[in-house]
Design a protein around this ligand. Structure first.
Ligand SMILES: [Zn+2]
Length: 317
């Protein structure tokens, strides 16, 4: 299916965010990643045990290799380690999504950031047998210090920039609203400079002299409409058809998904509070074909490879 001659680049990736993180972002539990209320070995593993295996099946059907961004503390769970082994066996890339997924990572001290990222990278390398070169920040939020830390602990690329005004505007509104209701959200807003930043991969020279490759999350050229699982699922089959011509011509597609995208609210017996999540309002039997058709179309028009592959290509010329 993959077109080896296509000059159009695409990558597909999954943030494996545990269910506990959705409670944290909605202000239901402590906001710090060092939350003492988290029991890593006994968290609800459904993002891993229900969501991830379906992604493996989806990617096998679309015949592509993806990147899974993993929160290292989840590996304390035996069932999670078993699924991770399946991911590695299927030839996918593992990237770091930090140790504990603190939404305020960008605001932590340099030393705390280093502990978070250094530990995650060591744990993930040990568990996967892969060199971990990629990082995605919790909530996509970076800072100049965090970029330095990402490079310092040994990553060669970051994939957290999301130059998407519609998303950033909605996020700022949600954060503002949650402040008004006295239930502070765990997430941090991004300055508007990021909203209109580069849309395609680039090399960033950091003040320390270190360099980092940035692989921004996908937006449609000009419109800057998000090309991510959440929006694709919400838009459904009609949205997919409307977006298809723009997607087909886009010179860089970084299609970001979440493990929860392939969880079925009814069939997987999800806790009632998850109905707030847009992807949980659509049944698995309806969202699966939308994602499969999107990926099959992408594989027909683009060269689909892991983020690590594209970072390597950019790093060598
Ligand atoms: Zn996340």
């Amino acid at each position: 299916m993959t077109s080896p001659v296509s000059p159009l680049r695409a990558a597909v990736n999954v943030d494996v965010d545990g269910l506990y993180l959705y409670d944290r972002i909605h202000g239901l539990t402590g906001r710090s990643g060092n939350a003492n209320d988290f029991d890593a070995a006994h968290h609800d593993p459904r993002a891993w045990t229900k969501g991830v295996p379906r992604f493996l099946e989806l990617f096998a059907r679309a015949d592509l290799r993806a990147t899974f961004f993993v929160v290292a503390q989840d590996l304390a769970h035996a069932e999670v380690r078993a699924v991770l082994a399946d991911v590695v066996r299927a030839g996918h890339e593992i990237g770091s999504h930090s140790s504990t997924h603190p939404y305020d990572l960008s605001r932590l001290s340099a030393q705390d950031q280093k502990n978070e990222l250094g530990r995650a990278r060591a744990v993930l390398q040990q568990a996967s047998g892969q060199a971990i070169t990629g990082f995605r920040a919790p909530g996509y939020v970076l800072s100049s210090q965090l970029l330095e830390t990402i490079a310092e602990v040994g990553h060669s690329y970051d994939s957290s920039r999301f130059p998407c005004p519609p998303y950033q505007l909605a996020k700022a509104a949600v954060i503002g609203l949650s402040r008004l209701t006295g239930r502070p959200s765990g997430s941090v807003p991004e300055p508007p400079g990021v909203w209109f930043g580069p849309r395609t991969p680039y090399f960033e020279q950091l003040p320390s002299g270190r360099g980092l490759i940035e692989l921004p999350i996908g937006v449609v050229p000009w419109l800057r409409w998000p090309i991510i699982g959440t929006s694709a699922i919400a838009a459904g089959e009609v949205g997919r058809l409307l977006l298809a011509p723009a997607l087909q011509r886009s010179d860089w597609v970084n299609f970001e998904l979440h493990a929860i995208d392939l969880i079925d609210y009814v069939g997987d017996d999800m806790p009632a509070r998850f109905i707030k999540q847009p992807d949980q309002r659509v049944a698995l039997r309806n969202k699966w074909p939308v994602l499969l058709k999107t990926l099959e179309a992408l594989a027909a028009s683009h060269q689909v490879a892991t983020l690590g592959h594209w970072a390597g290509r950019l790093g060598h010329g």
